[in-house]
Design a protein around this ligand. Structure first.
Ligand code: PLP
Length: 337
C-alpha cells in the first residue's frame, strides 16, 4: 500500500534505531537523562527560547502551553480549523478549564482583521481573553504557512491587547522549509511553542514545549500530573534528535512531490485543487461530482491510501518514506481518473 494518510506513519530507520540503542540515559523524572537535557537545551536555543520540555505528544505540548498561559475561566482564541479545537478531545476545557472561541480565519490562519474585536474581559461577567493560538503550518487548513509579516502583525495585536501567543508548530519544520523564516523569529513572537518530531521528521514519538524557564518549570509539574513523566526517555530524545539532524533537510522533497501530484489533479476534470494553497506536504483536494468516500475506495483498490477530510475533500500527506516510484504510481492512477 502507498500510504498517504498522514506524515505520522513513518517507521524508524535502522540508523535511527542504532542511535537510540547507543543513547546515554538516566531517570528523566529526576532530571538525570543527559540525552534529554541536552536535546531540550539544543531545541530551545534554536528557537531563542529559555527552556524546553520533551513530552510524549503534540497534544500534550499544546495542552501544556494552554495550561501555563491561562487560569480557569479564561478564553483562548483559535481559528475554527485549529488542531487544539478540533482534535484534542476537548482537553483545553477538561485540563485547563478554559473556553475556546473559534474565529473565522482563512485556511486555518488567523489575521489581525479576524482578531479585531474578539478580545473580551472588560466586564465582570465576561471571560477574560488570554491567548491567541496559532498553527504553522496548518493541518486542517491544508499545510499553509504564515508569512513573517502576518506573524509580526498578530504579535503586535496580541501585545496591544495583553494576550499571550501559543504556537502549535507540529509542522513548523515544514513551515520553515517553505518560508525560510528563521526559528528565532518564532521564539520572538510566541510565549509558548509546541514542536513535534513525530510528523514529517520521522521520529517514532516526541514533541517539545518551548518557553521561558518559569513556564517550563510549571509545565514540568503538569506533565507529571498528566502522567507524562518519563524515565529513561533519552532513547526517544535520541531518535528525535536524529530526526531533526537528518530529516529536516528532506522536507523540501516532500513539498515538491505534493506539488507534482497536485499538478496531475489540477489537470483532471474529476478532481479540483487550489494550487495557490499548496505550500508544504499536505495536499487537500476536492472531488467534483463523486463523494470523497467513493474516490478513496477506488484509490484503495489501486493500492493507495488517503484520508477523507470532508464530503468532497481528500487529504494526501507526503513524507520521506514515500519513494519516487510510489509518487509516480499515484500520479498515474490519478491521471487515469
Ligand atoms: C497541527 C497539529 N498539532 C498537534 C498535533 C498533535 O500531535 P500528536 O498526534 O503527537 O498528539 C497534530 C497531529 O497530527 C497536528 O497536526
Amino acid at each position: 500500500m502507498i500510504d498517504l494518510r498522514s506524515d505520522t506513519i513513518t517507521r524508524p530507520t535502522q540508523e535511527m534505531l542504532e542511535v537510540m540503542m547507543a543513547a546515554e540515559v538516566g531517570d528523566d523524572v529526576f532530571g538525570e537523562d543527559e540525552t534529554v537535557n541536552e536535546f531540550q537545551e539544543k531545541v530551545a536555543k534554536l528557537f531563542g527560547m529559555e527552556a524546553g520540555l520533551f513530552v510524549p505528544s503534540g497534544t500534550m505540548s499544546n495542552q501544556l502551553g494552554v495550561k501555563v498561559l491561562t487560569e480557569p475561566g479564561d478564553e483562548i482564541l483559535i481559528d475554527k480549523k485549529g488542531h487544539i479545537f478540533n482534535y484534542e478531545t476537548g482537553a483545553a476545557s477538561a485540563l485547563s478549564g478554559v473556553q475556546i472561541k473559534t474565529l473565522n480565519g482563512s485556511k486555518g490562519k488567523l489575521s489581525t482583521d479576524v482578531l479585531e474585536h474578539s478580545v473580551r474581559g472588560g466586564y465582570d461577567w465576561e471571560p477574560r481573553t488570554r491567548v491567541v493560538c496559532l498553527e504553522n503550518s496548518t493541518n486542517k487548513g491544508g499545510g499553509v504557512c504564515y508569512t513573517e509579516e502576518e506573524l509580526s502583525d498578530i504579535k503586535e495585536y496580541a501585545d496591544e491587547h495583553k494576550l499571550a501567543v501559543h504556537l502549535d508548530g507540529a509542522r513548523i519544520w515544514n513551515a520553515m522549509t517553505a518560508t525560510d523564516i528563521n526559528p528565532a523569529f518564532f521564539g520572538e513572537i510566541a510565549d509558548t511553542i509546541s514542536v513535534c518530531f513525530s510528523k514529517g521528521l520521522g521520529a517514532p514519538v516526541g514533541s517539545m514545549l518551548l518557553s521561558s524557564k518559569e513556564h517550563i518549570a510549571k509545565a514540568r509539574r503538569y506533565r507529571k500530573m498528566w502522567g507524562g513523566g518519563m524515565r529513561q526517555v533519552g532513547l526517544l530524545a535520541a531518535a528525535a534528535d536524529y530526526a531533526l539532524e537528518h530529516n529536516w533537510g528532506k522536507l523540501a522533497e516532500d513539498h515538491r512531490r505534493a506539488r507534482e501530484v497536485a499538478e496531475v489533479i489540477y489537470n483532471s476534470d474529476k478532481l479540483a485543487v487550489d494550487m495557490n494553497s499548496l505550500q508544504t506536504n499536505i495536499l487537500l483536494f476536492d472531488t467534483v461530482h463523486e463523494a470523497a468516500a467513493d474516490v478513496l475506495e477506488r484509490l484503495k483498490e489501486e493500492g493507495i491510501l488517503m484520508t477523507q477530510f470532508g464530503h468532497k475533500t481528500i487529504r494526501a500527506t507526503f513524507h520521506f518514506q514515500i519513494s519516487e516510484e510510489e509518487v509516480e504510481k499515484v500520479k498515474e492512477v490519478l491521471a487515469e481518473f
